[in-house]
Design a protein around this ligand. Structure first.
Ligand code: B12
Ligand code: SF4
Ligand code: SF4
Length: 256
C-alpha cells in the first residue's frame, strides 16, 4: 500500500514522502491527533523543495514564489487525500500548510492543529536544526511539508538518525529579529514583527490609532503605505518578508 501511495505522490511532482504511525507522532505542544480525527492511524507527510525565489532581494518575487508553491502543495495534498479515499478505500483529511489555524489571544504561541515539523521527523523526513526548522537529508533545510491524516494502518518509515545541523550558527546570526537566540525555541513575537510586518500587530495598531483621529487625519492614514500593504497582505497573502533562517542555512542537501 505504501508503494502505491508513494508512486501516485511522486507522479504529482512531490520531492519526497514519508509515513508515520499516529502513535509515533510526538509534538508535546500540539493537540493529540485523536482530537482531530479519532480513527486516524497514520500520517502521510509530503515534502516540497522551495526554489530560488527565496534568495531574491525583492520581497515581491520571494513571496510570489512561496504563493505559487503554496498553491501547488495544497492542490497536490488534496489529490493525495482524494487518491487515498477513491483508490485505497481509506478515509483521509488534508492538513493545511500553514493556514487556516486557530488565531486567537488564547493561542499566543500560534500552535497549529498538526505540527508538520514533528510529523516530518516521525515520518523519517528529517531532523530539527538549530533554526528549529527540519532539515531533510537529501534536500536540505529549504523544504516545506504537508500531511494527510488517514485511517489506513501504515507503519512508520525509519527515522533519520544523523545530526544534519553543523552548529555553524549562521541562522542565529542572520536572523534580523534575534528570534533564535534561545536554543530550541523561536521567539514568535520577535519573528512575527520582522517576517510579517503587515500582519495582525500592524492591523491592531492601525485601528487603535484610528480611534480618536479627525476625518482629515483618517484620510491621511488610509493613503499610507501601511494601509496599502496591509490590504495586500490580507487579501492576496503577501505575508512573509523574511526567509533568512530558511535560506541562510548552508545545509542544502545533495539535490541542490
Ligand atoms: C505558526 C507557525 C509559525 C509561527 C511560529 C509558531 C511556533 N511556535 O512554532 C511563526 C510565524 C513565527 C513562523 C515562522 C516561520 N515559519 Co512557520 N509555521 C507555523 C505553523 C503554521 C505551526 C507551527 C506550530 O504549530 N508550532 C507550535 C509547536 C509545534 O512548536 P513547538 O512544539 O513549541 O516547537 C518549537 C520549538 O520547541 C522547537 N522544537 C520543537 N522540538 C524540537 C526538537 C529539537 C531537537 C529542536 C532543536 C527544536 C525543537 O521548534 C519549534 C519552534 O519554536 C507551521 C505549519 C504546521 N502546521 O506545522 C509552519 C512551519 C513550521 N513554518 C515554516 C517556515 C518555513 C517558517 C519561516 C521560515 C517563515 C517563512 N518565511 O517561511 C519562519 C521560521 C521561524 C523559525 N526559525 O522557527 C515551515 C517549516 C519547514 C521546515 N523545513 O521545517 C512550516 C512547517 C510550514 C510548512 N508547511 O512547511 N511559523
Ligand atoms: S523568519 Fe526571519 S525573523 Fe523569523 S526566525 Fe527566521 S530569520 Fe528570524
Ligand atoms: S545554519 Fe548552521 S546552525 Fe543553523 S541550522 Fe543550518 S547548519 Fe545548523
Amino acid at each position: 500500500m505504501k508503494d502505491k501511495i508513494r508512486k501516485f505522490a511522486f507522479d504529482q511532482g512531490i520531492d519526497d514522502i514519508g509515513f508515520a504511525a499516529v502513535s509515533d507522532y510526538n509534538s508535546p505542544q500540539s493537540p493529540k491527533i485523536e482530537t482531530l480525527y479519532p480513527e486516524a492511524k497514520s500520517i502521510v507527510v509530503t515534502c516540497f523543495k522551495e526554489m530560488s525565489h527565496i534568495d531574491s532581494p525583492s520581497p515581491q518575487i520571494a513571496m510570489n514564489g512561496r504563493l505559487d508553491l503554496q498553491e501547488f502543495t495544497r492542490m497536490t495534498n488534496y489529490k493525495i487525500a482524494r487518491f487515498l479515499e477513491k483508490e485505497c478505500g481509506a478515509r483521509a483529511m488534508s492538513v493545511p500548510l500553514s493556514y487556516p489555524m486557530e488565531l486567537s489571544p488564547q493561542n499566543p504561541r500560534s500552535v497549529a492543529d498538526v505540527s508538520l515539523r514533528h510529523a516530518a521527523v516521525a515520518a523519517g523526513l528529517g531532523v530539527f536544526g538549530r533554526h528549529n526548522l527540519v532539515i531533510h537529508p537529501r534536500l536540505g533545510a529549504r523544504v516545506l511539508f504537508m500531511a494527510v491524516l488517514t485511517d489506513l494502518e501504515l507503519p512508520s518509515d525509519p527515522k533519520v538518525t544523523e545530526d544534519l545541523c553543523t552548529r555553524c550558527n549562521i541562522c542565529v546570526e542572520s536572523c534580523p529579529a534575534s528570534a533564535l537566540d534561545t536554543e530550541g525555541q523561536t521567539d514568535v513575537g520577535k519573528c512575527l514583527m520582522v517576517s510579517q510586518p503587515y500582519g495582525l500587530p500592524k492591523i491592531i495598531g492601525f485601528w487603535m490609532k484610528w480611534m480618536g483621529k479627525s476625518p482629515e487625519e483618517r484620510k491621511k492614514m488610509l493613503f499610507s503605505k501601511d494601509f496599502f500593504m496591509t490590504y495586500q497582505a490580507s487579501f492576496i497573502g503577501f505575508q512573509y518578508f523574511c526567509f533568512k533562517c530558511f535560506n541562510s542555512c548552508p545545509v542544502r542537501g545533495n539535490d541542490s
